[in-house]
Design a protein around this ligand. Structure first.
Ligand code: NAI
Ligand code: MG
Length: 357
């Protein structure tokens, strides 16, 4: 029996609701497969903990997480705690502390879910966005001087290193190579940002030589938003900086029907540390506690988690079940249905049990 140790951090808002749904599906998959079991440890690290103790996670938080095979994360953010405190207090220390430098964000239109784009259906939009997750615009460099005075200065410095850019390019090219279309689009802003972004372009061209069978092209990030909307079929694998890919992947989620279906893996490709899997969405205060959060993004990221742990048949089984349930019209309100989180989750578990393959 293969055994995988999972750290669950449901955290804030709808995080606990979708993580509960994801764990129910993972349990079902483990029973159905029979070859692996999951040992799940849940941590209460959250904005609630911050309000109680002054920190979102304990000082030795990373040490505690290090022994796990993967981290299953909900969402962090509360209406009464500033967002930069919550993000830098929990999610970013884990991503950066464990050097999860590849943020992998698949997007496609699921059966039964409609895109806001006219005439675009399943098969017309099937992308993976690879986001550089360790440096760039979110490296935390910068500061403020003369705080509160009229002459106050704030700087936010984007850091690009040859090591950082080369490793994310290699990751993106090999992911593109592993997909049927072998097509990569490198996103930059090297017209206006003439230092780091020009280096980014140069490194893309160098790494491309190692992958002669991958067709690649280059887009400026502003033009990329237009192409995503006007010609989604022309794209397959996409690589961009921390900030650019953060923005583009929200757009991708919306174009695929809802943020509630968009997953993400924060991956350390060298497997020195546990990788972390989470839905892209945040705490969604407007629907917290209503029982209608869409669990599909969390199921999809659970499939990424299983694949990362070497459980590909279970990952595929989960995605088949999700596609069946969506195709049958069992959908939460954000994608036009009237089902609850629990009803969708039960239907997915039923589909996992009911399938012969
Ligand atoms: P959000 O993703 O929480 O919500 C945006 C909109 O999408 C809302 O209308 C929400 O109801 C809807 N939505 C999101 N997930 C959904 C789901 N599973 N099912 C149905 N509808 C869903 O983004 P927002 O409102 O900008 O941020 C709220 C809080 O979450 C903030 O504190 C923010 O900092 C935090 N946040 C945390 C993230 C993380 O933990 N990785 C990512 C994004 C935001
Ligand atoms: Mg975002």
């Amino acid at each position: 029996m293969r055994r995988h140790n999972i750290a669950a951090i449901p955290a804030d808002g709808i995080g606990p609701e979708v993580i509960a749904a994801g764990l129910q599906a993972l349990e079902e998959l483990s029973r159905r497969d029979g070859g692996f079991e999951l040992s799940v440890t849940t941590f209460d690290w959250s904005s609630e903990r911050y309000k109680r103790t002054g920190s979102l996670m304990p000082d030795d938080g990373l040490e505690q997480l290090r022994q796990f095979d993967a981290i299953f994360f909900g969402a962090v953010g509360a209406p009464d705690v500033p967002d930069h405190l919550t993000l830098w207090g929990l999610r970013l220390p884990i991503c950066q502390g464990f050097d999860q430098y590849a943020n992998v964000r698949p997007t496609k239109i699921l059966p039964g879910v409609s895109s806001p784009l006219a005439g675009v259906g399943p098969g017309d939009l099937d992308w993976v966005i690879v986001r550089e997750n360790s440096e760039g615009e979110y490296s935390g460099h910068g500061g403020r001087a003369h705080k509160g005075l009229p002459e106050e200065v704030g700087t936010e410095v984007a850091i690009f290193t040859r090591v950082g850019v080369t490793r994310i390019m290699r990751y993106a090219f090999s992911l593109a190579q592993a997909r049927p279309r072998k097509l990569l689009t490198v996103v930059t802003k090297s017209n206006a940002q003439r230092h780091g972004m020009v280096m980014w372009d140069e490194i893309a061209a160098e790494v491309a030589i190692e992958f002669p069978d991958v067709a690649w092209d280059k887009m400026l990030v502003d033009a990329m938003t237009v192409r995503m909307v006007k010609n989604p079929k022309s794209l397959d694998t996409i690589v961009a900086t921390n900030l650019h890919a953060d923005i583009l992947s929200d757009l991708a989620g919306a174009l695929a029907g809802s943020l509630g279906v968009a997953p993400t893996g924060n991956i350390d490709p060298q497997r020195r540390y546990p990788s972390m899997f989470e839905p892209i969405h945040g705490s969604a205060f407007d629907i917290t506690g209503k029982g209608i959060a869409n669990p599909v993004a969390t199921f999809w990221t659970a499939a990424q988690l299983l694949e990362h742990l070497g459980e590909k048949p279970a990952a595929d089984r989960l995605m088949r079940a999700v596609e069946k349930v969506c195709g049958d019209g069992i959908l939460t309100p954000d994608v036009g249905g009237s089902a609850s989180t629990q009803q969708v989750t039960d239907a997915v578990c039923e589909a996992i049990r009911g399938s012969n393959i």
